[in-house]
Design a protein around this ligand. Structure first.
Ligand code: FAD
Length: 427
């Protein structure tokens, strides 16, 4: 079977790799000259296999005024005349009820736990050096109410057998000495030992190299998708800047480009690009960098060690399309990170990066059927694309190849995601 994967980010490349291992002949169309150069490039590097939560949560309502009016808030909403932004925001607010937020937490957790299994399987099959570590993750809280809510979230997640430890401020510093200067201001933290970290770009690049060399995947880089040629209920070709690419199946894994590519077919993806920033610092001998991943909930900043580098990422900006980068947000990120871990790395040599999370209102990706018979979706992974890439790809590939999927795709599908389900034990 010939399959054309549209998009060479972490999602498209993982999909292409698994398709090729199933014996498919795979072509990947990517607009950049190299894979992984868009949102998968310098993200927060977290592999959150157990501790996942949607952005839409009941606490959003109390934080809203701050997000609207405080320039220094970790999440900023800059209203525009763009109706898509308003429609997305409304759908997002509708997802902020306890029930919906809980439903999305469970579905994200199911997917992330499966992603760990698939990632482990890939790493047992291939040798990929992407500064991968599995030293766990500490989520720290300053606000007592936020910490109480987190402890309740631990209970929700414990259904699935996830092991998490609730720590007081002292124990947080004992667990991660790089947080020493924070002891007085912390309410506590949650430690999850199963969480990992790694360089998403290097993973994507190396998996692409292996896919081409070992499994014959054809990467057509530097080629832009211009449209999809439809005949009846089938796509017959992808129109690209390099000519038509024909295939039996097509997978849309275009990240933020997915919405635009699908709109002419009448397929409406609920995606909004949420801007974020990252810093990558060299770690010298005199630095005391963290050895475990840390999330500072107050500032919504994540820290991950990647070998001799420290990756720091944060800020969620709902800005109008095309809105310029804001150097003040980068300076704020730098200042806040420095206040938490002043000696974690060389802040004067920080490499700055801006990326856009392809976000859905409920934080769940859109997987599987598109409504067009031979077109499949693998997009909208928001702030969790690296974490969820392996599971999403496995599910979409199994569906294409007619293999029973390990998870029900309905909660992640375009049409089935809002149907009500009973949430008992997560298996
Ligand atoms: C600041 C920040 C921090 C993050 N931190 C984390 C984290 O810690 N952990 C985590 O799991 N996730 C994190 N994420 C999210 C993660 O990076 C994304 O979810 C993931 O990279 C999305 O992958 P993708 O393949 O869908 O998109 P992309 O990587 O953007 O890939 C899509 C590809 O499609 C190509 N494309 C688009 N349109 C066209 C076209 N018309 N023709 C040809 N090619 C096209 C693009 O060039 C691109 O290469 C973070 C994101 C940001 C912004």
């Amino acid at each position: 079977m010939n399959v054309c994967v549209l998009g060479g980010g972490v999602i498209g490349v993982t999909t292409a790799y698994l398709l090729a291992r199933e014996g498919c002949q795979v072509t990947v169309v990517e607009q950049h000259r190299q894979v992984g150069h868009e949102t998968s490039f310098a993200n927060g590097a977290q592999l959150c296999y157990s501790y996942v939560a949607p952005l839409a949560a009941p606490s959003v309502f109390s934080h809203l005024p701050k997000w609207l009016f405080d320039r220094n808030a970790p999440l900023r909403f800059l209203p525009s005349l763009d109706p898509d932004q308003w429609v997305w925001s409304l759908k997002f607010l509708l997802q902020c009820t306890s029930e919906r937020s809980r439903q999305s937490t469970v579905e994200l957790q199911r997917l992330s736990a499966y992603s760990k299994q698939v990632m482990d399987e890939i790493l047992s099959n291939e040798s990929i050096d992407f500064d991968f570590t599995q030293t766990g993750k500490l989520v720290i809280y300053r606000d007592a109410d936020d910490f109480a809510a987190a402890r309740r979230q631990v209970e929700i997640q414990s259904w699935s057998g996830v092991v998490q430890t609730v720590l007081d401020a002292r124990s947080c510093v004992e667990k991660e000495p790089a947080l020493q200067s924070m002891e007085q201001v912390l309410a506590g933290g949650i430690f999850t030992p199963t969480e990992g970290a790694g360089d998403c770009y290097v993973f994507t690049r190396e998996l692409a190299r292996i896919s081409a060399a070992k499994y014959g995947v054809n990467f057509v880089n530097g080629t832009k998708l211009l449209g999809l040629r439809q005949e009846g209920d089938r796509i017959v070709a992808a129109r690209t800047s390099g000519g038509d690419v024909n295939a039996d199946f097509f997978v849309v894994a275009l990240g933020n480009g997915s919405r635009e590519a699908l709109a002419p077919l009448g397929v409406r993806l609920p995606l909004l690009p949420l801007k974020g920033y990252s810093l990558t610092l060299p770690i010298g001998e005199k630095h005391a960098a963290p050895t475990i991943s840390v999330t500072d909930v107050h500032h919504k900043i994540v820290y991950a060690r990647l070998g001799s580098r420290l990756r720091i990422a944060g800020m969620v900006d709902m800005t109008p399309a095309g809105y310029r980068d804001d150097p003040r947000r980068v300076e704020l990120l730098k200042a806040q990170a420095q206040s938490v871990m002043p000696n974690a790395g060389d802040f004067t040599k920080a490499e700055v990066w801006t990326g856009f999370r392809p976000a859905t209102p409920d934080s769940r990706p859109v997987l599987g059927c598109s409504g067009v018979s031979n077109l499949r979706l693998n997009a909208g992974h928001g702030a969790l694309g690296f974490t969820l890439a392996c599971a999403s790809a496995r599910l979409v590939v199994d569906e294409i190849c007619g293999v029973p999927t390990a998870l029900d795709l309905a909660p992640y599908s375009l049409t089935g995601r809002n149907s009500r389900r009973q949430y008992g034990a997560v298996t």
